[in-house]
Design a binder for this molecule. Structure first.
Ligand SMILES: NC(=O)c1ccc[n+]([C@@H]2O[C@H](COP(=O)([O-])OP(=O)(O)OC[C@H]3O[C@@H](n4cnc5c(N)ncnc54)[C@H](OP(=O)(O)O)[C@@H]3O)[C@@H](O)[C@H]2O)c1
Length: 255
């Protein structure tokens, strides 16, 4: 982390898809800034290890198994958090992704349904679970992870992924409109290619190098690049900023 200090002491931050990658980095950063981070994911082993690593450094963190595509699983996780802490301050809808990149004509129907559900329905279910608490507190922050793929098409992408992420950006606007008078802000981050473990495994070193070189800033995004903006959007200072998508892409969309 840089030198800017955010203070989330006494606050509760829920991060979905937090066992690895961007979500793991965000969980560490919120805990480092004083929040109680709840790491929600389906990868219990890595999630448990990530929460343990935060606690080992003196932070507050707990891992909870939560499948964001299942309403009973989401309900169980949010009920537990409310029973333990009695409040929620920040919800980062980060879980998402895709595993097949096929043309629309070749995309199997079950892949379409699965990717749309993971990337879009999960945002709906987790937001729905947090909103009553945010409304009763008259405060709350929702930060949705969309993607450059949901904003522009410059390289081949997974059709259901791009469609779902465009939906995440639309949901961000709709939710911000619905919740603005309740002291709740809703914003989105649209990362460009970011060197998480999954992406590094998926792409060859040559592809990674080329993606970096093609970016105006000359390098690929890192998890660290996503953190400062997310913390800012979650902070008190961002109370007049809502319904926006910030694309963190090294200038790629400005080309
Ligand atoms: N990295 C990039 O280049 C990039 C670019 C643009 C946008 N994004 C977006 O940024 C977010 C984070 O990306 P990332 O690369 O850090 O992701 P990641 O490394 O793939 O991690 C996502 C985590 O979410 C978990 N997950 C998957 N389905 C879930 C479900 N139904 N319920 C709960 N957890 C679930 C995954 O578990 P399993 O591994 O077991 O599936 C994994 O632990 C995603 O929304 C992604 O679409 C990433």
């Amino acid at each position: 982390m840089g030198n800017t200090k955010f203070n989330f002491s006494g606050q509760v931050a829920i991060i979905t898809g937090a066992s690895v990658g961007i979500g793991k980095g965000l969980s560490e950063a919120f805990a480092e800034a004083g929040a109680h981070s709840y790491l929600l994911d389906i990868d219990d082993e890595k999630g448990g290890e990530a929460a343990e690593a935060i606690r080992a450094k003196g932070g507050r963190a707990d891992y909870i198994h939560c499948d964001i595509t299942s309403s009973p699983s989401v309900k169980e996780a949010f009920d537990r958090i409310l029973a333990e802490d009695g409040r929620i301050d920040v919800l980062v809808n980060n879980a998402g992704g895709f595993s097949m990149q096929l043309a629309t004509v070749d995309t199997p129907e079950d892949e379409w349904d699965q990717v749309i559900t993971r990337n879009l329905k999960g945002v709906y279910l987790c937001s729905k679970a947090a909103i009553p608490t945010f409304k009763s507190q008259k405060s709350g922050r929702i930060i949705n992870f969309g993607s450059v793929a949901g904003l522009a098409t410059q390289v081949p992408s997974s059709p259901p992924y791009a469609a779902a992420k465009a939906g995440v950006h639309a949901m961000t606007r709709v939710l911000s409109f619905e919740l603005a008078r309740d002291g709740i802000t809703v914003n989105a981050i649209a990362p460009g290619t970011t060197a998480t473990e999954r992406v590094v495994k998926l792409r060859s070193p040559e592809q990674m190098k080329k993606i970096g070189e093609n970016s105006p800033v000359g390098r690929i995004g890192e998890v660290e690049d996503m953190i400062g903006c997310t913390l800012f959007l979650a902070s008190d200072e961002a109370s007049y900023l809502t319904g926006q998508t910030v694309s963190i892409n090294g200038g790629r969309l400005a080309v």
